[in-house]
Structures are given as C-alpha cells and as structure tokens.
Ligand binder design. Structure first.
Ligand SMILES: [Cu+2]
Length: 359
C-alpha cells in the first residue's frame, strides 16, 4: 500500500515538475535533489512494506522456526572434528535454528550450522580431499557456497544453477579438493539476504601444504556481522529502510561478550577478518600498526604489504593482518563506524574486543 501511494505521489510530482521545468533526466527518471525528496523518508516497519510483493516478503519476516531451543554451545567458529574414510576427510553439518545469546540478556533466533554462530570452523590442509555431509533441519530449503574455495562447478552451492535446494529433512553431500591455501568461508546461498544474516556462515581455513616459515604465535579468525532485534523478534539486518541493524557481532558476540585475545609481549599475532554481513566495517587497531599479509585468502607479496592501523572489510572480503605485540596493556580493536560499537544504540558495544598484551 505504501509503495502504491508513493508511486502515485512520485508520478504526480514528476508530472508537475516536468510541466514547470526541464527537470527530468534523459531516461525520464525524476531527479530527487529538488527539496521534495523528504517525501522519501518513509520508515517502513518490518513486515509492513513488501507484503504486496510475495517474492520480496521473506526479507522482512522475522527469523522463526518451530520449537527453537536454546543453543547448547556458547562459542562459535570452533574447529569441526572429522573422520577419515578412504583418505577423505569427512565432516558433518546440520542446519538448525537455535536461540543464540549474543550478549548477556540478549538472545537472537539464529539459523546455524551445528547450533553455533558462526558455524564450526572447517580447517584442512591444501590438497586434502574433503567431503561435507549437510543435513537440513531448517523449516526452509538451503544450500552451501564455499566462498573463495576453488571447487568444481557442481559443488558451488548455487540453487537453481548448480544444484537443487536442499529441502527440509534432506541431506546433500559436497566433495572437493581443498585449494588454494588461505582464509575462506562457507555460507548459505539460498535466500542469502535472510539466511546469511540469520547466522548461516562459518570460517573455512586451508593451511598451506608447506609449513609457513614464520608462523604466528596467535592466529584468530574474526567473522563480523549484524543483527536486527525489535520487540523480541530477530530479523536479518539489511541496508534497507526499517531493516537496519541495531546489534553487531564478532564471532557471534557483541562487546563486552566478545572474546579478549591474550598474547605475550613480542608475539606475532595474525587476525583473519571476514565480513559476512551486509555492511562495511573499517576495523581499527590501537597501539601498533599492522601489515596486510593476505587479501581474500591470497598472500600479498612482502613488498606490496601495506602498513595500516585501519582496514575496511566489505561484505564477502577477507583480510589477514599481522603485527608484533610490542607494548603491554589492553589494546582495543574496533570498527570505526562508531554506531557499530553500540548495542541497540547504547555505547560501548558491538564490534569491539580487547587485545591484552602481557609480559
Ligand atoms: Cu562497522
């Protein structure tokens, strides 16, 4: 209804404008910088705007499933165990909805792999044969895309293109050679705008076949995303009126529930940033600058490594950064879009964590 009224109003306004000034653009679009654009400030409430378009309605529906239980684990992104069959590393994933605590007293309804946000980390060595058996216990179809991993086309996880969606109750098996080495991830590719925001994402790390010459002492993967929680209901946050996030998480937790990373003075520290939400996050480190040693999983040659203290991580991107912790103390790492360091508009919160450097 709102859309229809807006369309009528815009059409009327365009007619009026075109009658009194040569204001339309060459393709007939109405320029919106004419002082009347305030009429566009219609703030939709979730569930109200897209209902005349069933195709789009899923975007503004709350995340729900029958009989959602509290999560039994409290830490996401932990290494997933596997068994070896005929030389193949076999992993099992189950998609399911759980109540996931992002902060003391704040619990979201999340779609998860194996009950955690992020889902469990798959960590293998370059060249390994891997098989991942996926059982779908969500009320909706799903698929998994192996973001950045060089898989055969049939394993790419795009519904309607490389496979049929995995229906509720069904199982699908992915199998491929893990390559190349680097920081990757896996995530839903079915109604990704909803399912990824709802928690269907996890790290996928491929270690190089040849051990690294100078491996870090501390190696942490940090997956960054956003949530919208209103009136006790969870929505997949989006850069869209009425759907903006009010909670922000690193590895499924908002500050102060985020992990404190404790390192020894002199340690080489690697942080692997993965942005999996729908917003850009300029991540800023206090205390010492860092080098960007890999982008989207691929090593940056030493001569090309930028020295920075802030790196903007856009949706889908990965940046591996390294620094030597030279000074003791509590050093903050946080997003520099400062609204992203709040919990429901209350500071401090969201995308912050402490790096504690000890003697
Ligand atoms: Cu941010």
């Amino acid at each position: 209804m709102i859309k229809k009224i807006m369309f009528f109003t815009i059409t009327s306004l365009a007619l009026i404008l075109s009658a009194c000034a040569p204001a339309t653009t060459s393709n007939g679009d109405m320029p919106m910088n004419n002082g009347n654009s305030g009429m566009m400030d219609v703030t939709a409430t979730p569930g109200s705007m897209m209902m005349d378009n069933p195709e789009a309605a899923h975007m503004m529906e709350p995340i729900t499933a029958p009989n959602v239980q509290p999560a039994t684990e409290s830490e996401g992104g932990q290494p997933l165990e596997y068994r070896v069959e005929d030389g193949i590393k076999v992993f099992e994933l189950t998609t399911k909805a759980v109540q996931w605590e992002i902060l003391d007293g704040v619990t979201v309804t999340a779609f998860t792999y194996n009950g955690t946000v992020p889902g469990p980390m798959i960590r293998v060595t370059q060249g390994d044969q891997v098989r991942i058996i996926v059982k779908n216990e969500l009320p909706d179809p799903t698929t998994i895309h192996w973001h950045g991993v060089e898989v055969p086309n049939a394993m790419d996880g795009v519904p309607g293109v490389t496979q049929d969606p995995i229906q509720p109750g069904e199982t699908f098996t992915y199998e491929f050679t893990a390559k190349p080495a680097g920081t990757f991830m896996y995530h839903s590719h079915y109604e990704g705008d909803v399912q990824v925001g709802a928690g269907l994402y996890a790290p996928f790390i491929i270690d190089p076949k040849e051990p690294e010459a100078n491996p870090p002492v501390v190696d942490k993967t940090l997956m960054i995303s956003e949530w919208r929680m209103t009136d006790g209901q969870t929505f997949a946050a989006m850069p869209m009126g009425g759907m903006e996030p009010n909670y922000f998480t690193i590895n499924g937790k908002s500050f102060p529930a985020t992990e404190t990373i404790t390192v020894k003075k002199g340690d080489l520290v690697r942080l692997r940033f993965i942005a999996i939400g729908q917003f850009i996050h300029p991540m800023h480190l206090h205390g010492v600058p860092f080098k960007i040693v890999a982008t989207d999983g691929h090593p940056v040659p030493e001569a090309a490594q930028l020295t920075k203290d802030t790196v903007s991580v856009a949706p889908g991107e990965r940046y591996d950064i390294e620094f030597v912790a030279t000074e003791t103390g509590q050093w903050m790492l946080h997003c520099h879009i400062l609204h992203h360091t709040t919990n429901d508009n209350v500071e401090p919160g969201g995308l912050m964590l402490m790096i504690e450097v000890v003697e």
